[in-house]
Design a protein around this ligand. Structure first.
Ligand code: NAD
Length: 396
């Protein structure tokens, strides 16, 4: 099959196995080049391990700390006629590289919110891994079916209390447009908290603790985005921001419940980056295109792998790195006033005609395609390639 990108709106509906493998290899090479973490984790569970920040966490744990990793994700397998999703190919490539390096690694493809997947994970951990010292919670999902009630919740990306008129970069039309986002109802706010808040993170930790599968001094991380004035109306102070506030509540509840084993839960604030999750958020394509330009000019631009590498460096002394809100922060350079001011002034100025001169949309678009394994110079996109790529050590 010849695999060329099929982009529909803010998603790409196919993925390239060789391109995804090249992305994973690039991230592994970055981590190896940094040398070993001091006192890095050894037995790691990554929930949401196949793309974005979760994949970067798994790569840092395995190739920077030599850790055993169990990865959980929700991806589509390939068929003869249809490619897999990118996270499937990423995981196939990660697994192959881990095996080559002699690293223990296994995978579960299924709904992390379900009891069934939790039970599968507990079984592998008990039988093959031993007590876990790091749990990374990096899910980004539009819906969740509650394992106890069977109710399905959908998350929404809406402001709270009032409608908000936003400047947006319409990536399909390559146009700057104005769009009005209506405010969320109270039910939509609560449903978004049910999907992207902390309840499921707590359920994972309770399940592990209940079976005595947590090591003394274990740590667990959940990822958040804080942002500033430009993104607050649709993110920080909107429905998703409410869900992220619930992570702070869950972090202190988990830390309390782990006190007998000196375990700690941390919410970690990370930089805005192009991922499958962020490209679906109104305003993010414009904000990130401007941010890339400003941070590249400053020499402070980073991707997922560098952000998580920096975060993992803090883990040996996480208590010493906490900010006033108890979080571990990797977003300081993005949120610096001078960076935000530059982004804001470009934001106010940019029009459809000046997208190419005022923003780094070119980089945004290239990074977007790269998420699906496209636009990589070492890959021949005219070559006939099989979409089938098995993931070894995939648990049924
Ligand atoms: P992503 O879309 O790249 O990754 C999401 C992961 O979750 C994938 O591995 C996917 O397979 C998995 N997943 C989704 N639903 C699942 C389910 N039901 N069961 C099992 N696995 C499931 O997203 P990302 O941008 O890396 O986001 C990860 C976390 O980082 C989120 O909490 C997000 O809010 C946070 N974050 C993202 C940004 C950003 O700019 N991208 C910035 C700061 C924080």
């Amino acid at each position: 099959m010849i695999i060329q990108p099929k982009v529909r709106g803010f998603i790409c509906t196919n993925a390239h196995p060789a391109g995804c493998a090249a992305n994973v290899q690039e991230q592994i090479a970055y981590v190896k080049a940094q040398g070993e973490f001091k006192d890095g984790p050894k037995n790691v569970l990554v929930i949401g391990s196949s793309t974005g920040y979760g994949l970067a966490s798994r790569i840092n744990a395995a190739f920077g700390a030599g850790a055993k990793t169990l990865g959980i994700f929700f991806e589509k397998a390939p068929t003869e006629k249809k490619t897999a999703t990118a996270g499937w190919y990423n995981t196939a490539a990660f697994q192959a590289a881990a095996e080559e390096a002699g690293l223990w690694s296994k995978n579960i493809n299924g709904d992390a919110f379900s009891d069934e997947v939790k039970e599968k994970a507990l079984k592998v951990i008990r039988e093959e891994m031993g007590k876990i010292d790091l749990i990374v919670y990096s899910l980004a999902s539009p819906r969740r079916t509650h394992p106890k009630t069977g109710e399905t919740f959908n998350s929404v990306l809406k402001p709270i209390n009032q409608a908000y008129e936003v400047k947006n970069l319409n990536t399909s039309k390559r146009e700057i447009e104005s769009m009005t986002v209506e405010p969320a109802s109270e039910k939509e706010i609560q449903d978004t908290i049910a999907v992207m808040g902390g309840e499921d993170w707590e359920m994972w930790l309770d399940a592990l603790k209940g079976k005595d599968l947590l090591a003394d001094n274990c740590q667990t991380l959940a990822y958040t985005y804080i942002g500033k004035k430009l993104t607050w109306p649709i993110y920080g102070k909107a429905t998703i921001g409410r869900a992220k506030e619930d992570l702070d509540r869950a972090a202190s509840a988990i830390t309390d419940r782990l006190s007998d084993i000196q375990g700690h839960a941390y919410v970690c604030s990370l930089k805005a980056l192009v991922t499958q999750a962020s490209s679906a958020i109104p305003i993010m394509p414009l904000y990130i295109s401007l941010l890339y330009r400003v941070m590249k000019e400053e020499g402070t631009h980073q991707g997922c792998i560098e952000q998580i590498h920096g975060l993992f460096q803090q883990l040996a002394d996480a208590e010493g790195h906490k900010d006033a809100a108890g979080r571990l922060c990797m977003d300081g350079k993005e949120l610096a006033d001078h960076v935000q001011n530059k982004v804001e002034s470009l934001w106010n100025e940019v029009t459809t005609e000046t997208i190419d001169t005022l923003t780094d949309y070119e980089c945004y678009h290239a990074e977007f395609l790269k998420l699906f394994g496209f636009g990589i110079s070492s890959v021949d996109y005219d070559a006939d390639i099989s979409p089938l790529a098995p993931i070894h050590q995939l648990i049924d």
